[in-house]
Design a binder for this molecule. Structure first.
Ligand code: ADP
Length: 437
């Protein structure tokens, strides 16, 4: 028998004995019963008062006045209460630390509710967006009115990036990164990218100016080299060789200048003229061009094409160039009988344009950087391959301008996969077959 049952039997026996004594004294069953009930109620009321004093006032002196199960309950409750207080203090301390960290970082953090209402923000957000405590509960849309924020203000399932002017100072440029938070809320992180943008602009202007300045002299050099080339047979052999070199190198420089100018345009303009592209026609064209290049390189590639019947809503020149750059790379960095697969396929949540080869592959440590301008895995060897060093940078920009991204998977000695992933919104239904009666 446990402690609580024993105590219950003891209290019950006392009350029963009291009832019998009172009954004997008063001779009335009901009166004695009522008196016993009052005594029982008084006892439990006293226990409640004592437990309350113990827990609320931490008054240890009441413990001996309680009988055993009550004092146990009081003790356990008090222990739990202490534990909860300790836990609360710990959480409070952690919260303080997080708050201090968020105060000192040079970013604005904003927590939004399901209606974009402001639930919390840090000092950075106050500074960047001009928010103050009185704005809590108000919708953030009131402060970020630029139409670019439209998609970010709707329900989101993955992170959304918007670059837009500061709501307080149109001279400054901010980057707003929104992440889904729980079922319907959002976290927005704001940072000032004005300086970064200025530097990028300076770099881009410089590249564009240099390219423009080089265009005319290069055309002149190439023109004269061609004229001299026509007379090569009448000239001494070393001179003929030098002219041939001048022709080759000026053509290469012209390609670089053209690619640099185009890359700059891709960086500084919005996507224009998207049309419904049929990837099988586009791939066929690239395949034919690759076979011509293969002949000049003395190679015999096997190029296969696999396409989904749905099309892509994109800019023809840009998508053609992206497919061409990837296929020509596969040809140049593969074995003489390289196998190249050009694939257009639709996945559950995206559409993919992939060029796959069984070439030399790219070491893991280089993959992160190969889309940088002029980055080469093996500078000496790759420069000889005839590329401009800008091919993948162009492909990456093309993918991003179409709302997608470029993914690279590669294994040294096995081959590479370059995949331009596009959102499903860019898919176009295939043209309906014409029915002739
Ligand atoms: P490049 O004109 O030098 O080919 P890219 O930007 O097209 O410039 O490519 C950058 C580098 O990535 C190349 O120099 C090469 O080292 C590597 N690369 C690109 N495609 C492939 C491929 N299919 N297989 C192996 N390496 C590749």
């Amino acid at each position: 028998m446990n402690k609580a049952t024993r105590s219950l039997i003891r209290d019950g026996s006392i009350l029963l004995a009291l009832w019998v004594v009172l009954w004997a004294m008063t001779g009335n069953l009901w009166v004695s019963g009522t008196l016993v009930a009052i005594a029982g109620w008084l006892q439990s009321a006293r226990a409640r008062v004592l437990i309350h004093r113990f827990i609320q006032d931490q008054d240890l002196s009441v413990l001996p006045l309680l009988n055993s199960p009550e004092s146990d309950v009081a003790y356990i409750t008090q222990q739990q209460q202490r534990q909860m207080l300790r836990q609360r203090d710990r959480l409070q301390e952690q919260l303080e630390q997080i708050n201090t960290a968020l105060r000192s970082v040079d970013r604005g953090f904003v927590l939004l509710g399901d209606q974009n209402q402001l639930r919390w923000f840090n000092v950075g957000a106050e500074r960047y967006l001009g928010l103050s405590r009185v704005d809590l509960g108000k919708p953030l849309d009131q402060y970020l009115r630029d139409p670019a924020f439209g998609p970010m203000m709707g329900p989101i399932t993955s992170n959304q990036l918007v670059v837009a002017p500061s709501p307080k100072d149109p001279e400054r440029t901010f980057e707003y990164n929104a992440f889904p938070d729980g079922e319907q809320g959002k976290v927005i992180i704001v940072r000032d990218v004005t300086r970064l943008r200025q530097l990028e602009q300076t770099r881009s202007d410089f590249a564009s100016n240099v390219s423009h300045e080089l265009k005319t002299p290069l055309t002149v050099i190439k023109g004269y080299a061609e004229q001299l080339g026509d007379m090569a047979e009448q000239l001494p052999q070393p001179v003929g060789k030098a002219i041939h070199q001048i022709q080759n190198q000026s053509a290469r420089m012209q390609d670089i200048v053209e690619d640099l100018l185009w890359l700059n345009r891709l960086e500084s303009t919005q996507l224009v003229d998207p049309t419904a592209l049929q990837l099988d026609t586009l791939f066929q064209q690239v395949r034919e061009e690759a076979l011509v290049l293969a002949q000049t390189l003395n190679r015999t590639p096997d190029i296969r094409i696999e396409v989904d019947e749905r099309g892509l809503n994109g800019n023809h020149r840009e998508i053609l160039t992206a497919a061409r750059n990837l296929t020509f790379n596969a040809l140049r960095y593969g074995p003489p009988d390289v196998q190249i697969d050009m694939v257009w396929r639709v996945r559950e949540d995206r559409a993919e344009l992939m060029v796959k080869d069984n070439g030399m592959g790219i070491p893991r440590s280089h993959i992160r950087r190969i889309t940088e301008r002029f980055y080469r895995v093996d500078p000496g060897r790759d420069r000889e391959s005839g590329g401009t060093g800008l091919g993948l940078a162009i492909v990456k920009h093309v993918a991003e301008r179409h709302g997608g991204k470029l993914r690279v998977r590669s294994l040294v000695g096995k081959g590479s996969e370059f995949i331009c992933q596009f959102p499903l919104e860019r898919l176009v239904e295939p043209p309906k077959p014409v029915v002739v009666d």
